[in-house]
Design a protein around this ligand. Sequence first.
Ligand SMILES: CC(C)(COP(=O)(O)OP(=O)(O)OC[C@H]1O[C@@H](n2cnc3c(N)ncnc32)[C@H](O)[C@@H]1OP(=O)(O)O)[C@@H](O)C(=O)NCCC(=O)NCCS
Ligand SMILES: CC(=O)OP(=O)(O)O
Length: 347
Amino acid sequence: MPANGSCRGRKRHTTRQEGAASMSEFLDRMKTAAKADRKKIVLPEGEDPRTIAAARQIVDEGIADLVILSDPAKIDVPGVTVIDPRTSEKHDEYAAAFAELRKKKGVTLPEAMEQMNDATYFGTMMVKMGDADGLVSGACHSTANTLRPALQILKTAPGTKLVSAFFIMCTDKAEFGENGTLLFADCGLNINPTADELSEIAIASAGSWKKYMSSEPKVAMLSFSTMGSAKGDVPTKVQEATALAHEKAPELAVDGDLQLDAALVPSVAELKAPGSTVAGHANVLVFPDLEAGNIGYKLVQRFAGAEAYGPVLQGIAKPVNDLSRGCSAEDIVGVVAITAVQAQMAE
Ligand SMILES: CC(C)(COP(=O)(O)OP(=O)(O)OC[C@H]1O[C@@H](n2cnc3c(N)ncnc32)[C@H](O)[C@@H]1OP(=O)(O)O)[C@@H](O)C(=O)NCCC(=O)NCCS
Ligand SMILES: CC(=O)OP(=O)(O)O
């Protein structure tokens, strides 16, 4: 398990913030953990230059063993395995297994043979069949097209009913979260979660915080209202989700509804939510829907120059993670390191 830490105290070297130059402590920890027990990660987007730049760095630093899906004639990265799904010796085997998995959905063998020409489906079948430990994609495919194969093929982890997606946000605002590092969810997958689904996202996010940050989560259920100060469908849903999270996981520090300032700023928390164990000190922010979550993470990433690692899936049976099409090569390195760590944890 990686040691506790945050993004503070080191220089950053993302492509997002001109002039700032260094690497986050979170990224450092993920890389160190990944290197300790190298996993095989498949990258289906061999045509993407950022993926190729990331692959070079991952191989150079020994973060993971890589499989790139592409025409081998087009890839020049020493130390990686390149597989063309169309000509792979595994193509027909994966197609037969996929047809079997999806036969209740009416998928025929000829359809499955065609589907295995698609690198994301082929790569996800590699993970399913144990030929790779995890997959990272999404630099040039939409989230829906990246995650649909994972949801169809890998399904939810045992005991989980909902897959959701979070970002680890590393900012230089040490007063927020844990030394500036926070977890935001769901910023990638569930478009308009019900109160029950939102409570599942909160509980899963608390678990992810513990896994990656090794400290106690404080989960803020965000809304435009604090403790019922405003009326509307969203505050009502968030209040219901908070009550459900308390019922399902009474040991967790979860509170809401909370506005963002009440969640993060102690003086505002004192005014708006006195007595809350979360308000003013939240490190996990659960957004009421994908509109808020996706816009919210991009605001923090772009305006505050935060490092944004994700969308990372929680609740999926095996590690598959997405990227934003706006990602940098460094983001891909980070998400590959997280994926490798997830694969270690799954053992
Ligand atoms: C991911 C997404 C495409 C899945 O929806 P869809 O394509 O309509 O597909 P379906 O609803 O038919 O779901 C496909 C499978 O995934 C499963 N599934 C979908 N969402 C799931 C979730 N959150 N958790 C677990 N399983 C899920 C379904 O049960 C279904 O399984 P089945 O085919 O075996 O019955 C959809 O949730 C989506 O578009 N989300 C928003 C993604 C996005 O645009 N993000 C913005 C940028 S990050
Ligand atoms: C996570 C996300 O927003 O992905 P994209 O930018 O590719 O839509």
